[in-house]
Every structure is written in C-alpha cells, then in structure tokens.
Write a protein that binds this ligand. Structure first.
Ligand SMILES: [Zn+2]
Length: 73
C-alpha cells in the first residue's frame, strides 16, 4: 500500500487549537480543565510556603489546613 501524503490527516494544524489542547490534557490526566501547555501556578502552603501538588488537604510540612480550589470537575 503506497504512502499517500494527501491521504494522511495532518494533525499538526490542530496543535494550536485550545480545544485540542484541553482534549489532550483530559486524555493525559483525566482532568477536563487541564491544559498541558499552560503553566499553572504551583500551589504553596500559605504558612510555610513549601510547594504542594495541589491534592493535599493539609500541608505535609506544617499541618496547615489547605484551601482546595475547586473547579467544575
Ligand atoms: Zn505548611
């Protein structure tokens, strides 16, 4: 079967579409609001300022209760 460039779908043209980025982010992370190319500010403990993954309910360092920023999902 010969390779026909015109018959291949070139997905690169979609790479700048923000909806595609969201879709890829959802595929990669299961989070619908995750956009892989946009850096989100990393959550920090308000008390001791260590960096957190964002999933903690309490700071593992100082035990401060953390505010969970809830999104739609
Ligand atoms: Zn802390």
């Amino acid at each position: 079967m010969p390779f026909t460039p015109g018959g291949c779908r070139d997905l690169r043209k979609y790479i700048n579409d923000p909806e595609v980025k969201k879709a890829f982010g959802k595929l990669l992370t299961g989070r619908s609001n995750y956009i892989p190319v946009e850096e989100k500010p990393q959550p920090k403990c308000p008390n001791c300022k260590i960096f957190l993954s964002g999933d903690e309910k309490f700071c593992p360092e100082c035990g401060t209760k953390l505010q969970q920023e809830k999104t739609n999902q």
